[in-house]
Design a protein around this ligand. Structure first.
Ligand SMILES: O=C1O[C@H](COP(=O)(O)O)[C@@H](O)[C@H](O)[C@H]1O
Length: 237
């Protein structure tokens, strides 16, 4: 199934790239252009990226883009509640693959704190996120095979509220059903405030997930909440 066979809501743009390298380059160019535009117009820019297994090439392509990185804030759509040195840490991933060389001058707004409880870490992350330029300039989402995005996982008690446009908090605690770590996720209104919203996915299985998501409610498959204009999907086989 090619991405163009999906009946996407009007205003959702789909880019089909030949391979992961071309996907990373195309997405990095689009993101850098939007960040440069924000720096020119507002003097600074905010970028929220996702973790997981797939964004490494994109991070490396983006870190090589010509940008005044000292004027860019970088934060995360979600985090596992583990220290940055842990192999599952999204902060660690971003530090290793994006915040390198010139891009190391960007200001990182992390979500992890070494607190006794997850609730305290979420409260600390909420305070840190207050410094993030809003509305966001750029959001890059990923998507799990169950239709989760950021760490907005189906089945979590606080999910419905986190997906509401009226949700007043920037982040919430979440638990992934099949993964060991507790999580912190940004909520829908902050994520969806981004002027440029991109979803980066790879492989036919993720197109199947997307096709299913188009037929259900966001609480069943949270990516559904983002499947509207101005989303741009970057897909490769
Ligand atoms: O758990 C997560 O998974 C999703 C998807 O990751 P991928 O490696 O399959 O692309 C990711 O978007 C999210 O940030 C991450 O915490």
């Amino acid at each position: 199934m090619a991405i163009f066979e999906l009946e996407l809501p009007s205003g959702v743009v789909a880019h089909s790239l030949a391979n992961a390298e071309k996907q990373a380059e195309a997405l990095a160019r689009t993101v850098a252009e939007a960040l440069n535009f924000a720096i020119e117009t507002d003097g600074c820019a905010s970028l929220v990226v996702s973790g997981g297994r797939s964004p490494i090439r994109f991070f490396e392509a983006l870190s090589a883009q010509s940008l005044d990185w000292s004027k860019v804030q970088v934060s995360l759509a979600d985090e596992r509640w583990v220290p940055p040195s842990h192999s599952d840490s999204n902060e660690g991933l971003v530090r290793r693959h994006l915040l390198q060389n010139e891009a190391g001058k960007a200001r990182f707004v992390g979500l992890y704190q070494a607190t006794p409880t997850l609730a305290e870490a979420v409260a600390g992350a909420e305070q840190g996120l207050a410094a993030l330029k809003r509305p966001l300039d750029v959001l890059v989402l990923g998507m799990g095979d169950d239709g989760h995005t950021a760490s907005l996982f189906p089945g979590n008690p606080g999910l419905g509220e986190a997906l509401e446009q009226t949700c007043e908090v920037a982040c919430v605690p979440m638990l992934a059903p099949a993964a060991p770590h507790q999580r912190i996720s940004l909520t829908y209104p902050l994520l969806a405030s981004a002027r440029l919203q991109c979803l980066a996915i790879q492989g036919e299985a993720k197109l199947d997930t997307l096709r299913r998501a188009l037929t259900v409610d966001p609480v069943q498959m949270p990516i559904r909440a983002f499947l509207h204009s101005p989303l741009e999907i970057y897909w490769c086989p």
